[in-house]
Every structure is written in C-alpha cells, then in structure tokens.
Write a protein that binds this ligand. Structure first.
Ligand code: QUE
Length: 336
C-alpha cells in the first residue's frame, strides 16, 4: 500500500473497508479505481472472515463526484470508443456487483455523491448520509443523462421526484436523501467515525444505534407540484406547467432546466420513462447503448468542456433552446 493508491482497502475486525482516495478530484472514479473495487469485492465475496463491506470517500468534501468525465470526453473526441466502452462496461458491471452482493454493503456518505458516486452507493444495502451529504444526478448539466443505473433508480423514487432530480440536476441534502429513499440512515458527521468503528465491532447492528431522527423533508410542500409538473408527457409541457405554477420553487426549477442541455432534457425524459419497466441489468444495458448515441451529440463534449475542463459554465448548446429541439432527432438516438 502506498500513499498514491486511489483505492485503499483494508480489513478491520469482521468488515472489509474501501476508501475512494482521490480527494483532490472529489474521489471521481477512473478505470483503475473501478478495477480495484471490483477486484476486492470478488476477493471478499468468498472470504469467510469478511461479513460486510464499508465504503467511504477520502477527505471531507466528497464521497465520490462521479466518473472520470474528462477521460470520457477525450475518448469520445478521439474517434476511438474502445476505452470509453471499456470504462462504462466495467463501471456498470460494478454497479451490478454491488446491487447483487451477497454480504451487507454500507456506504458512508459525508460530502457530495453524484453520478458514478450514486452508482457506488445507492445500489448497495445501506447508505448512511450526514448533514454534509449532497446527493445528485447532474448529468443533464454536462449534456449527458443519468446513467450508472440512474434510469432504474430515479423512476423508483416517490412520485416524480426522480424525474425532477434527473432533469434539473438539483442536489438534495442527506436528510432529504433519506426521505427520498436514496439513503437509508442519517448520522451526523460528528458521530461518523464512531459509527465506522462500531461497524467493525458490531456489524450492521451499529447502523440502527447511530441512526438519528430526521429533520423534515424540505421538499414535502413541493411534492404535489413536482408530481404535477414532472408527470407531463413531454419536456415543453413540463416547462409550461412550471410556468403556470409560478412559485419560487417553480422559478428555480425553470432556471435549472433553462441552464442544462436542451437535448439532454429530451433524451433523459425518454430514458427515465423507459427505465420504469426495466430491471437493473436491462436498464444498464440500455444505458450502455445510449452512451454511444448521446455522447456523439456535440452537447456532451461541450458540456464537459464548460463545466469541468474550462469551468466557464457557459456551454454553447446545439440547439440552445428547449423549444428548438427536434423530437425526431432525439427518438433516433434510441435506435430503430
Ligand atoms: C455534472 C456532472 C459531473 C460533474 C459536473 C457536472 C460528473 C463528474 C464530475 C467530476 C467532478 C470532479 C472531478 C471529475 C469529474 O463533475 O459526472 O473528474 O475531478 O464526474 O456539472 O455530471
């Protein structure tokens, strides 16, 4: 083990520990990290001394900010999809491994948890969130769509909450994530170290002992509006319903929708509606196919450029307006 390891694994009592250790990159996942996690999960699957797995992120800013989106952009722009396909294949297989893991898999989430980070946590049995957790699927902001099983997870949140989160890219805090079903337990940061130690001693029984009363769901008063606006059949109707709503919440949602890739709104809506009826494996396979077609759209490279590479936060979307997206062009991305 060296200090450069981007994934640190260890045994502690009867648990196996995984630390995503790229704190300067907000623990974003590269291929080496995916492989290290997959390898240790295979080792521990059959290890009679490991009863459960606990995963966390290094540093106090992030559990995991997502995938290595610069690498994916570079691969896409190179014209050779080999490395990009390999990344998604291994990432989605790891999501599936976590979802079907035979031993308790517990993610401790104390900081941002977005995109690929959701895939590394929410498919597992237990997700403990602190008051510093921030859960989100912000892919429309970079001209992509909620992958890593997001098309399976989001349609299964209460009402149209998942469509709201997936289209707007809005982030929710740790307590709200428990209310929404993305997290299972709420433990303050001040007690997380003690919880982590207790897991090694007592196993998953420690989860209940450290679970604290939840603050109210901050979106409780918005649930009816979310369900009404985001159940509209198409993107322009969602916009029209938000405009008709007129509340401060609706204004914020509209502002978010007008900032993200208009084309990504269209393909995300279709992908999330389709995911309602798929199991996780089929959803991941459908997402894999969709990575090929959506990433070939100019908005992906432009979105990553604007938000992650140059950080000017001024993407030049094509088309630039929701009203100008051609639904037939989006439908074609889903195959014949
Ligand atoms: C939307 C996203 C991502 C994002 C920013 C967005 C995303 C992602 C990253 C990210 C963050 C830090 C890193 C890194 C990538 O940022 O998916 O390599 O060091 O992974 O607005 O979807």
């Amino acid at each position: 083990m060296t200090i450069e390891d981007t994934v640190i694994t260890s045994r502690d009592g009867r648990i196996g520990r995984i630390v995503l250790n790229r704190p300067k990159a907000l623990n974003a996942l590269d291929l080496g990290m995916l492989r290290a996690c997959a390898a240790i999960l295979e080792t521990w699957r059959h290890d009679p001394h490991v009863d459960a797995v606990v995963i966390e992120g290094a540093g106090d800013r992030a559990f995991c900010a997502g995938g290595d989106i610069r690498f994916l952009r570079d691969g896409q722009l190179s014209g050779d999809r080999t490395e990009v396909d390999r990344f998604f294949t291994e990432e989605y297989n790891l999501n599936m491994t976590i979802a079907t893991y035979p031993k308790p898999y517990i993610a401790l989430i104390d900081g941002i948890c977005m995109g690929g980070g959701i895939g590394m946590s929410v498919h597992g049995h237990y997700r403990v969130a602190t008051e510093h957790a921030g859960f989100g699927m912000p892919e429309t902001i970079i001209g992509f769509f909620p992958d890593i099983g997001g098309t399976f997870l989001l349609p299964r949140l209460p009402g149209e909450l998942g469509m709201y989160l997936g289209l707007t890219g809005q982030r929710i805090n740790g307590a709200d994530a428990v209310h929404a079903g993305l997290a299972t337990h709420f433990t303050p940061r001040a007690r997380l170290k003690d919880l982590s130690a207790a897991l090694a001693l007592d196993g998953i029984a420690a989860l209940a002992a450290f679970n604290e009363a939840l603050p109210p769901f901050s979106l409780a008063d918005r649930r009816a509006s979310i369900d009404h606006c985001f159940s509209a059949p198409r993107v322009p109707e969602i916009v029209a319903r938000l405009e008709a709503d007129g509340s401060a919440w609706a204004q914020d949602a509209l502002k978010a929708l007008r900032h993200v890739s208009p084309s990504a709104l269209y393909w995300t809506l279709l992908a999330l509606r389709r995911g309602r009826d798929l199991n996780l494996r089929d959803a991941l396979d459908a997402e894999f196919a969709l990575t090929k077609t959506t990433m070939a759209h100019p908005d992906f490279a432009e979105g990553v450029r604007a938000m992650v590479v140059d950080k000017d936060r001024k993407p030049a979307w094509q088309p630039a307006r929701i009203e100008d997206v051609d639904p037939a062009r989006i439908a074609a991305l889903f195959g014949p």
